[in-house]
Design a protein around this ligand. Structure first.
Ligand SMILES: Nc1nc2c(c(=O)[nH]1)N[C@H]1C(S)=C(S)[C@@H](COP(=O)(O)OP(=O)(O)OC[C@H]3O[C@@H](n4cnc5c(=O)[nH]c(N)nc54)[C@H](O)[C@@H]3O)O[C@H]1N2
Ligand SMILES: Nc1nc2c(c(=O)[nH]1)N[C@H]1C(S)=C(S)[C@@H](COP(=O)(O)OP(=O)(O)OC[C@H]3O[C@@H](n4cnc5c(=O)[nH]c(N)nc54)[C@H](O)[C@@H]3O)O[C@H]1N2
Ligand code: SF4
Ligand SMILES: [Mo]
Length: 699
């Protein structure tokens, strides 16, 4: 008998679309966007349609696996859950005895649901301060820098009318970044909201923009400083807001004096008149929403680039304004610090690896570069074992070559995933996770967007697959005090919702639980900074170990002219990072890793459409297939990110290094504040593959 179920999508990006799912014999047979969905209003994307193939894929992990030969050699035996969890507990416990609890790292990728928080709870209960995540390149730089500047994370508000939207390195129609579903943005644009886009690629949104700035990748800090210059130079600030609610305007004005669009142009490549036009439009519109994306935080200059953009929101008076950048009020569910049992590990911030690198206060997960060094060099202390869930660091962490060495040299590695990815193939124990649609979950918890979403399950998982929440509840009592755990993971959902006075069925009935809708809260309570105002100049910069005013340190140039081109990347609309290359429906849409180059660059390098080319940085070389388009500037190279080849087989780790963008990146040069490496704006070169004697990349 077929039945239709309403739930929210998740685990294929930040999630949020409300869906109707048709189920027959425990299989999903159809999906539709739910027109009543409070955020998405009927929207649905290609990734969601691929869910049935993902869940039913014959090669999906369905049993716990224990390796029988040397790590990464492709030899496994199936095991029961008890055997697998006992093996993990024994090895993590042994490592704790030998080297101390901090020598065991817990790893998580992009938070997909509650499992991120249950993993932090697991680490806290075990006694390890080291949760290795991807926050150094995703969201933490924006969130923490903003908190130091204005006391909160200014979330772009597409739901209330804006006069103008400024999209800065953000491509929501492909990524739905922040779960800010692109639907509300598109509806605004239809109603006449103006649009300014800052993107090195001519994206569909850039095409419909009133002004499109096409910067040199990696130069966002300089460009943002030149916006600030124009504001001061032309007196475009919101004077009352600046007078009453900011400190340091004079010093900031002084700092950006040298950053006229004309002088910044050598770094940004943007025609000065265009910058002036965009800055005037943004400053002249109210409310104006600034939607920013990963590129502003995926360089070693993240801190200053983000500081400049928060200053831009403040100088124009758009902070906590409906239709501007909001400070959402969270719904009254349990606070994340309580949920993760931060009380179990009060020494965390002084003992985690970050403490030895002087990162900015607030970064509570470990950047991948620190993890690699602790594993490979025992510096500042050894990390020897890891439990990783929902992450594929061999593809997603910077410096894949060193990441591979680090993972391969661990004494013990356990991985929970839904497929035997390159990272999972390196593990000693692999656990088969239940995933999207297969268990009751709560979306958007702890993300600071002012709501949580119900994601009730619609089908049962394959018999041996367990949700990560349940894995934590079974592993937890084996490696920590049983008091910290629930008899069944569903107890976690109730525990989380209890302060709101509701149970999980209540949340499912509502679909969404929002916090209060209040804006301009600073009028009553000021800004949560040392001065109570927006700190254009940080009053406690010395104490934090960060620059008090944004500073630009030049663009990257490596190899004394050997690498004349500029490399960047972005997310594919068809995949989530490195995930799902094995789902046929998605692979058909995008079969190969594609590098986009300008016709002029192609001609200079004698490269033809569809040819495989070698992309090289000082760190390494990979191969991708050329697509020649004038969507980017001459001299810019836009490569695909996250590529591995399931068809190459796990004994070859699925050819993890043939086309993998992060073979080209390195963690050696990092921003001090968040340990962030340069993923965008790298110096590179390309050549036809036939000139190079490398191996083919296909399996
Ligand atoms: N060069 C470069 N590097 C980047 C980025 C970039 O733009 N460029 N972006 C960065 C960003 S923003 C992020 S967030 C990170 C992402 O980094 P990761 O999260 O490590 O990346 P994914 O490839 O999405 O890996 C997620 C894994 O989870 C598995 N999975 C899916 N659902 C479940 C589940 O329910 N349970 C479990 N246990 N596993 C599941 C998938 O099969 C996949 O292997 O990458 C970062 N790295
Ligand atoms: N389909 C899909 N959706 C996703 C994801 C995914 O992997 N696939 N990942 C999810 C995650 S974890 C995150 S954090 C978000 C990220 O979402 P976004 O922040 O929107 O992600 P990106 O695609 O990295 O970058 C956005 C845009 O920045 C442009 N860009 C590249 N380099 C630069 C630069 O140097 N400067 C500027 N100004 N722009 C540049 C790119 O051309 C791209 O159009 O998306 C989420 N949603
Ligand atoms: S945009 Fe994201 S949340 Fe919406 S249907 Fe697609 S994968 Fe799901
Ligand atoms: Mo991310």
């Amino acid at each position: 008998m077929a039945s239709w179920h309403r739930t929210h999508c998740g685990r294929m990006d930040h999630g949020g679309c409300s869906l109707w799912v048709r189920v027959e014999d425990n299989r999903i047979t159809s999906l539709q966007g739910d027109p009543g969905g409070s955020l998405s209003r009927g929207y649905i994307c290609a990734k969601a349609f691929a869910a049935p193939e993902k869940l039913d894929h014959p090669d999906r992990l369905r049993q716990p696996l224990i390796k029988t030969k040397g790590r990464g050699r492709g030899k496994w035996r199936t095991a029961s859950w008890d055997q697998a969890l006992d093996t993990i507990a024994e090895n993590l416990g042994r490592c704790r005895e030998r080297h101390g609890a901090d020598s065991v790292a817990f790893g998580q990728g992009m938070p997909k649901g509650l499992e991120h928080f249950s993993l932090i709870r697991l680490a806290n209960a075990f006694g390890s301060a080291n949760v290795v995540a991807v926050q150094d390149v995703c969201h933490a730089p924006r969130e923490i820098t903003a908190r130091h500047t204005c006391g909160f994370y200014p979330v772009v508000d597409y739901t209330e009318p804006s006069e103008l939207v400024l999209l800065w390195g953000s491509n929501p129609t492909a990524t739905n970044e922040e779960g800010a579903i692109s639907g509300p943005l598109l509806r605004q644009l239809k109603r006449g909201t103006k649009l300014v886009v800052v993107d090195p690629r001519r994206t569909p949104l850039a095409e419909r923009a009133d002004v499109w700035l096409q910067p040199r990748p990696g130069s966002d800090c300089a460009l943002a400083l030149s916006f600030l210059h124009v504001l001061f130079d032309e007196g475009l600030q919101d004077e009352a807001f600046v007078r009453d609610w900011t400190v340091g305007a004079k010093e900031l004005e002084e700092r950006v004096r040298d950053f006229s669009p004309e002088s910044a142009a050598s770094a940004t490549w943007v025609p000065p008149e265009q910058v002036r036009k965009a800055a005037r439009l943004y400053a002249g519109a109210k409310p104006a929403a600034l939607g920013w994306g990963n590129p502003v935080e995926q360089t070693s200059q993240a801190f200053s680039a983000i500081r400049s953009l928060v200053c831009l929101m403040a100088l124009t008076g758009n902070l906590d304004l409906p239709g501007g950048n909001r400070q959402p009020v969270e719904p009254p569910v349990r606070k994340p610090a309580d949920f993760v049992r931060a009380d179990l590990l009060p020494r965390k911030s002084s003992h985690m690896l970050n403490a030895y690198y002087g990162t900015a206060p607030g970064l509570m997960t470990v950047p991948s570069a620190f993890f690699r060094r602790a594993v490979l060099e025992g510096d500042p202390y050894p990390v020897r074992a890891a439990y990783m869930q929902g992450t594929n660091p061999l593809l997603s962490h910077a410096d894949s070559i060193r990441t591979h060495r680090a993972l391969a040299s661990l004494d013990f590695l356990a991985v929970s995933d839904i497929y035997l990815t390159p990272t999972a193939a390196l593990a000693d124990v692999v656990l088969p996770a239940a995933t999207q649609f297969e268990f009751d979950d709560i979306g958007h918890y702890g993300l600071g967007h002012g709501y949580v979403l119900a994601r009730p399950k619609v089908v049962d998982p394959p018999q041996q697959c367990l949700p990560d929440l349940e894995i934590a509840n079974r592993l937890g009592p084996r490696i920590s005090s049983p008091d910290a755990w629930f008899g069944h993971w569903s107890g976690m959902l109730e525990h989380l919702l209890a302060p709101a006075g509701m149970g999980y069925p209540d949340l499912c009935r509502e679909g969404i639980l929002r916090g209060e809708n209040r804006s301009r809260k600073y009028l009553e309570q000021g800004f949560k900074t040392p001065s109570g105002k927006v700190e254009l100049r940080l009053s406690r910069a010395d104490k934090l170990g960060v620059p008090d005013l944004p500073e630009f340190q030049g663009v990257l140039q490596d190899g004394h002219g050997r690498y004349p081109l500029v490399l960047t990347c972005s997310k594919s609309p068809n995949y989530l990072h490195s995930s799902y290359r094995w789902v046929p429906r998605l692979r058909k849409r995008e079969p190969d890793p594609v590098v986009v180059i300008h016709p002029q660059t192609a001609e200079e390098h004698d490269i033809a459409e569809g040819e495989w080319v070698v992309i090289e940085t000082w760190r390494g070389r990979i191969e991708q297939k050329a697509k020649i388009r004038d969507r980017i500037l001459p001299g810019v190279v836009h490569a695909a990110y996250g590529w591995w080849f399931p068809e190459a087989g796990d004994e070859r780790l699925h050819n993890w290094n043939g086309s993998n963008y992060n073979v080209l990146t390195s963690g050696d040069r990092r921003g001090r504040e968040f340990g962030t490496p340069d993923l965008k704006g790298l110096a590179c070169r390309i050549e036809r593959k036939s000139l190079h004697s490398g191996q083919g990349v296909k399996g």
